[in-house]
Structure formats: structure tokens, C-alpha cells
Write a protein that binds this ligand. Structure first.
Ligand code: ADP
Ligand code: MG
Length: 352
């Protein structure tokens, strides 16, 4: 067990690192943030900030010796250098390596016996054409690496879109995936301990706009409830096959044929922000508990419903009304410039 008073290293200094750091502090831990930016928003609420690039072996080694356990909140880290952190890294670099490559990720999910949308690897325009013939239209191209919030994706609705879509994703190695006519999207968020203990939260229904999460609602409704057992079993098989320690998120499409895995995130997730006020133990606290080997916290709902809305770009300017609203839990990440599409904060409403 890593007791309170110890130091937790967090690779990545965005809002997820910030909320992890706040939860860690509540339990008496100190956090060191490793991030190349000058002033990452997590550093505002942490004991220390190491400013270095993620492939700086010397800096990583020093970071590793200064902390008792290390974790990551950001997926686009080079995996190889993380080996210097050895067993201190939780979850391990394997969870990261699989989740950060969409093709490896899909193969892995399928090897765990979970269903995904029909897909193919593509690495040339000829592959794009072949996948249109094989997978059908419409389909979406997604770069194998570095995609988030709908970035690195282009849709093909008709044969004439093939070339422009291939150009739009930068002609990079990608996957071609069939469009799913889903009734809803939801996520299974779980935490797993080294000895295999695990805990699930209620699954939120997730609404996206332009590839960015807009709103998460719990309970997620009847359709999601009817697919939950199958989805949870799939998520747990994935977590076990990874040997995952900490929070793991699995995004699903609720299709007419049952739950299809969209993607996994080896970390706390935007669709779990509602757990801060909406659940007895938040995803952030639970992640700290799992990586430090404290006992699992209870994950039940505090009240009947919780709704989390993201504040994207200029929406954060609505803060004066939101902080004046009775019972609204406002979170502002302190990220500076409210660029278009940038997640600046969120607001959670927990109701009967
Ligand atoms: P990101 O890493 O950007 O979250 P996702 O693959 O989760 O990438 O895609 C973002 C969103 O785009 C999804 O949550 C969903 O709303 C939509 N989307 C992605 N793939 C498909 C698909 N095959 N069919 C229909 N909608 C999709
Ligand atoms: Mg996603």
C-alpha cells in the first residue's frame, strides 16, 4: 500500500490531472505533474511541476525517483521512455500502448470477445477504396494515432469523398470504420485493483456534437440498462486482459444488435466527471485509491440523477450565471485562452 503522505506522479497536466491532484490532496497525497508546457492547469493545484518533454529520459528517471507511484492522464505519450518508471507506473505502459493505436486497440478488443463496428486498416488511397467496397458507405476514416475530440477523423458518404477524406486526415495510417446507426452512446467506467477487485459506476448516456462530448446523463435510460450486463462483461474482460490497474473507460454504441465497443481510454474520462458530485466516490478518488492500493470506495449514486454539461470554448463565459444557479456544481479548469472546441470547464447538476 502507498499510504497518505506519499507522492504521486502524474504524466500530463490537463484538467484530468488537475482533478486527480485535487482528489489526491484530499486523501493526503502530494502530486508532481510532468508536462512540457509552461503552465499546465494541473500544476496550479499540485505540489510540484516538472517541465520536460515526455521523451526526456533523464527527466523521467529523476521524476521516477521523486515519486512513490506514477500514473498518466494523457494518452499521446511515447511508450518506450516510460519503461524507466518500471513497476511504479500504474496503469502499466501496456494499457497505454494498446489504447493509443486505433488498429491495435480494435484487434485487442476483438481478441477479448467484444464486438466492434466493421473496420479495416488503411495506409494508402487504394486501401481507402478497397475499404469502401468491403465495409460499405458511409464510413469514417480515423487516424491510427493522436486522435481526440473527433480530431483526425473524416467521413466518406460517397465514392467521390474518398480522396478528400484521405487528404483531410493527412494521408496517415488510419482505420476505416463503418458508420453505426446507434440509438445512444454510453460508457462503462470501472476501476480495477492489482488483485483483481473492481468497481463499476452507473453508465452515463453520452451525447456528442462534432465529435466532442456535450453531455453525460445518469441513469442512462432503459435501452442502455438493457445492454449493460453485456457491456460490463466486455469491459471487465478488457481490463483483465490488460492487467489494468486504475480507472478504465470503455465507450460503447448502443446498436440494435447490442453493445459495440467504440474505443477505450486507460484513464479517468470526461464522461465520468459527474461522479465528483453525483457518486459517493468519484472516478478521480477511486483512481488514486486503486493505484495506491487503498480499499475501493463505494460507487453508488448520491441522488437519483446527475447531468454533466461540458463548457466548450466561449461557453465558459457563462460562468456568472452558472455560479449563481442554485445547486449547480461549476468546474473551471483555469486553462487560459477559450479556443474553439477546447474543454474549458463543466457543470454538474445532481437532482432527485
Ligand atoms: P475520439 O477519440 O475523438 O473520442 P471516437 O472514435 O470516440 O474518437 O469518435 C468521436 C465520436 O464520433 C463518437 O463518440 C461518435 O459520436 C462519433 N463516431 C465515431 N465513430 C463512429 C461510427 N463508426 N459511427 C457513428 N458515429 C461515430
Ligand atoms: Mg471517443
Amino acid at each position: 500500500m502507498i499510504p497518505p503522505g506519499s507522492t504521486i506522479g502524474i504524466l500530463g497536466g490537463g484538467q484530468l490531472g488537475r482533478m486527480l491532484s485535487v482528489s489526491a490532496a484530499q486523501l493526503g497525497y502530494k502530486c508532481h505533474i510532468f508536462d512540457p508546457h509552461e503552465r499546465p492547469c494541473a500544476a496550479d493545484v499540485a505540489a510540484a511541476h516538472v517541465r520536460a518533454h515526455f521523451d526526456d529520459l533523464e527527466a523521467l528517471r529523476e521524476f521516477g525517483s521523486a515519486v512513490d507511484v506514477a500514473t498518466y492522464e494523457f494518452e499521446n505519450l511515447p511508450v518506450e521512455p516510460l519503461n524507466v518508471l518500471g513497476a511504479k507506473l500504474r496503469p502499466s505502459a501496456r494499457s497505454l500502448a494498446i489504447a493509443q493505436d486505433r488498429a491495435t486497440e480494435k484487434e485487442f478488443i476483438e481478441s477479448c470477445g467484444a464486438a466492434v463496428a466493421p473496420w479495416r486498416r488503411v495506409s494508402s488511397l487504394a486501401d481507402v477504396t478497397a475499404s469502401v467496397l468491403k465495409v460499405g458507405l458511409p464510413l469514417v476514416l480515423k487516424t491510427q494515432r493522436y486522435g481526440y475530440d473527433g480530431k483526425g477523423q473524416a467521413w466518406i458518404h460517397a465514392r467521390r469523398d474518398e480522396q478528400s477524406a484521405w487528404a483531410a486526415i493527412g494521408e496517415e495510417p488510419a482505420i476505416a470504420e463503418a458508420a453505426i446507426d446507434f440509438a445512444a452512446e454510453f460508457s462503462v467506467i470501472l476501476a480495477r485493483w492489482t488483485d483483481g477487485r473492481h468497481a463499476f459506476w452507473d453508465s452515463p448516456r453520452n451525447e456528442h456534437e462534432g465529435g466532442i462530448l456535450r453531455r453525460s446523463t445518469v441513469p442512462g435510460g432503459e435501452l442502455i440498462a438493457s445492454q449493460l450486463e453485456e457491456a460490463r462483461n466486455a469491459a471487465l474482460r478488457i481490463a483483465e486482459a490488460l492487467g489494468h490497474v486504475g480507472v478504465l473507460t470503455v465507450e460503447f454504441f448502443a446498436s440494435a444488435d447490442g453493445p459495440l465497443v467504440n474505443e477505450i481510454a486507460p484513464r479517468v474520462h470526461n464522461s465520468g466527471h459527474w461522479t465528483i458530485e453525483g457518486a459517493v466516490t468519484s472516478q478521480f478518488e477511486q483512481h488514486i485509491r486503486a493505484i495506491c492500493d487503498l480499499p475501493p470506495g463505494v460507487t453508488g449514486l448520491m441522488r437519483g440523477h446527475a447531468v454533466m454539461d461540458n463548457l466548450i470554448g466561449g461557453e465558459v463565459e457563462r460562468w456568472p450565471d452558472l455560479v449563481a444557479e442554485r445547486g449547480a456544481h461549476v468546474h473551471i479548469y483555469g486553462k487560459g485562452e477559450a479556443r474553439r472546441g477546447r474543454k474549458m470547464g463543466h457543470v454538474t447538476r445532481v437532482v432527485r
